[in-house]
Design a protein around this ligand. Structure first.
Ligand SMILES: [Zn+2]
Ligand SMILES: [Zn+2]
Length: 115
């Protein structure tokens, strides 16, 4: 999200943990300025994609990244319970971060059988 009361890096805050943007915390932008940081994406990816954990958003709630009410599995932010990210946005954001060489981000492995 964009915190209009803040200056500089503090202006950009992850919608899921509310931490500001920094050099070691790259972020992916969704619709209407929503943001997910690399650490939240790591947790979301590990839980939803690797472990198959899914939290169904309440009726009317949408994914903060695409603003769609999708039938996909969702990850719920522990910091901001009203913030969800859908499976599609987790995968899409993972691809964006991985392509960004400067981020150095890698999707979390599945354990011992990952390359
Ligand atoms: Zn975050
Ligand atoms: Zn989404």
């Amino acid at each position: 999200m964009h915190d209009t009361d803040a200056q500089g890096n503090e202006f950009f805050k992850c919608d899921y943990c509310l931490r500001p943007w920094s050099e070691d915390r790259p972020m992916v932008e969704g619709h209407r300025g929503s943001l997910v940081c690399s650490s939240c994406l790591t947790v979301a990816y590990a839980e939803v994609v690797n472990a198959g954990v899914s939290t169904a958003p309440p009726a009317g709630a949408t994914c903060a990244m695409c603003l769609e009410a999708r039938k996909d599995p969702h990850w719920q932010s522990p910091t901001r319970p009203e913030a969800f990210i859908c499976l599609r946005c987790i995968k899409q954001s993972a691809r964006v971060l991985e392509k960004d060489a400067e981020s150095g981000w890698q999707r979390p492995g599945r354990g011992s059988d990952s390359p």
